[in-house]
Design a binder for this molecule. Structure first.
Ligand code: MF3
Ligand code: CO
Length: 264
């Protein structure tokens, strides 16, 4: 692993490990999305994630990270990120985000998605749609020669044009042998200049978007981030390698890869 301005440049083997780690994460998120339903206690997502980690012989990356007590983060409605899975049952109209990480062969995969629970208001469907689209607006900027801050600028422009706001308190990050590496990847346009992106850098882009204020508070549990005004938030995250040909999303599930195969 070479370094450039403190950012690790991954070789082909390292990218292959990151791809495998992220594929496992995406498979777990697929399976989690499949069981989202009113009445489901959110701790079921934790059990599912731990079972799948055991099956794939990988370690959850979040469990024990700075003392974090679970394998997943599960954030409902006004919870932005780092919510705890619990006995709380999902209700029709909720929106639920799951953030998941695993360590495969010493490399970290990290991705997140948000789903509607049953039928959800049009405004909250729009919040999720805009958040997911903003992630792809950011990914589009993840090319050699661009500045890392071009990503946040694109995310912020898109989100604000649709009347929503991006959280400042948490940012995306480089990812590799450690979950959080340089550089920081904000979802907004900072004033300074960041690093120039280059072939072999791997970053997790993770816009957190709110229906109201972007200000967040942390609950008594020291982890759960909630919007200050109680309005809902959505979160989507992909890990991406920068290549000569442009961004390559690593957190793609087997189902996504095979989506063109149809059985008669
Ligand atoms: N995807 C989050 C991040 O990149 C997950 C970290 S949660 C923690 O920061 F519990 F592991 F801290
Ligand atoms: Co992340």
């Amino acid at each position: 692993m070479k370094k450039n301005h403190g950012v690790f440049i991954k070789n082909a083997r390292e990218v292959a490990c990151l791809a495998e780690a992220n594929c496992i994460v995406a498979n777990i998120l697929d399976a989690a999305g499949d069981i989202v339903a009113p009445g489901l206690p959110t701790i079921r997502f934790e059990e599912l994630a731990r079972d799948m980690c055991a099956d794939c012989r990988v370690r959850p990356a979040f469990l024990g990270y700075y003392g974090y007590p679970y394998a997943i983060c599960c954030s409902v409605n006004e919870q932005v990120v780092h919510g705890f899975p619990s006995a709380r049952r999902l209700e029709e109209g909720d929106i639920v985000s799951i953030d998941m990480g695993v360590i495969f062969d010493g490399f970290v995969g990290d991705a997140a998605r948000t789903w509607p629970v049953g039928s959800v208001s049009a405004a909250h469907m729009e919040l999720m749609r805009v958040t997911e689209n903003s992630l792809y607006m950011g990914i589009e900027q993840a090319r050699p020669g661009n500045n890392v801050y071009d990503i946040g600028a694109a995310v912020q422009r898109y989100v604000e044009a649709h009347g929503f706001n991006v959280v400042r308190r948490f940012v995306g990050h480089g990812v590799g042998a450690k979950m959080h590496e340089k550089p920081e990847v904000p979802n907004f346009r900072p004033t300074a200049h960041g690093v120039t992106l280059q072939n072999g850098m791997v970053i997790a882009i993770e816009p957190m978007v709110t229906a109201g204020t972007y200000e967040v508070d942390i609950l008594e549990d020291k982890w759960t981030a909630v919007t200050r005004d109680g309005k809902y938030a959505a979160h989507f995250e992909h890990s991406v390698v920068i290549t000569q040909m442009g961004p390559r999303i690593l957190s793609i599930s087997d189902r996504d890869l095979n989506r063109h195969i149809i059985s008669a």
